[in-house]
Design a protein around this ligand. Structure first.
Ligand code: BTN
Length: 232
């Protein structure tokens, strides 16, 4: 897929801008919209995403047919692309299910996927926020992990290349499972407004999260949000 790059010094949100301009992009290309800062960056559950100069804020726009098998796991494909890229560079980043990037239990980055109709296709917006050079309170940044600043431009180029490659390959539950954090630990998982506790076992072959419950049964989850209760 040919790549079209657009960069702004400042936007409200790269996801919002991508959605508003989705009809103008070439549906056969991967359009990458980045911004040095965002004034209204947002994440999952409408949480604000603090976006400082020096960090990475990018949205990938592309089109898929509504029946594409990759649709339910696009955020996981993006998390896998970033995590495996950083692992190759020697940083032990993991994925907190379903798609947060963490280091030493602290959040480094997150992914927000949104969709918009484009004729008979689905316009996909995969927004990635990664703390690279600017520390954010309550989070961790790559420069804090490395103890030195990062070349943000090269990292963005590498990430675009890697995301493209992983998108072409599609989602592999087995490969994703190998990068999953908190295996064997007691976690709670919100599914809608229901809170379930169990030991995190990993992913099944369908990509669902497996939790071993206190009665010994194994429950499978396609979506939700986990929190750590106890390290075993
Ligand atoms: C999350 O962890 O809740 C997801 C955070 C996603 C933030 C990125 S930054 C680039 C893009 N623009 C946004 O407004 N959000 C995403």
């Amino acid at each position: 897929m040919e790549v079209h790059r657009i960069h702004f010094d400042c936007l409200d949100s790269t996801n919002t801008w991508a959605k508003a301009h989705s009809g103008e992009f070439d549906p056969k290309k991967l359009t990458c919209i980045s911004a040095s800062t965002q004034t209204k960056g947002h994440g999952r559950f409408n949480h604000p995403w603090v976006s400082k100069q020096g960090n990475l804020h990018i949205s990938f726009f592309f089109c898929l047919s509504p029946g594409d098998p990759r649709l339910p796991n696009l955020a996981q494909i993006a998390a896998f692309a970033i995590c495996s890229l950083l692992l190759e560079k020697g940083f032990s980043i993991q994925i907190k299910w379903p798609n947060d990037l963490i280091f030493d239990k602290k959040k480094l980055g997150g992914i927000l996927v949104e969709t918009t109709p484009i004729g008979k296709q689905l316009g996909i917006i995969v927004g990635i926020g990664l703390n690279v050079n600017a520390p954010i309170e309550g989070f961790i940044s790559l420069s804090e992990i490395k103890g030195a600043p990062w070349d943000l431009e090269s990292l963005i180029d590498e990430m675009i290349f890697r995301f493209q490659k992983e998108l072409e390959k599609g989602f592999s539950p087995q490969a994703f499972d190998a990068l999953l954090a908190f295996k064997g630990e007691l976690v709670s998982c919100y599914v809608g407004d229901k809170l379930i506790e169990g030991t995190l076992l990993g992913l099944n072959d369908q990509g669902q999260l497996k939790l071993k419950l206190s009665d010994g049964t194994v429950a499978h989850f396609s979506s939700g949000e986990i929190n750590i209760l106890r390290t075993q």
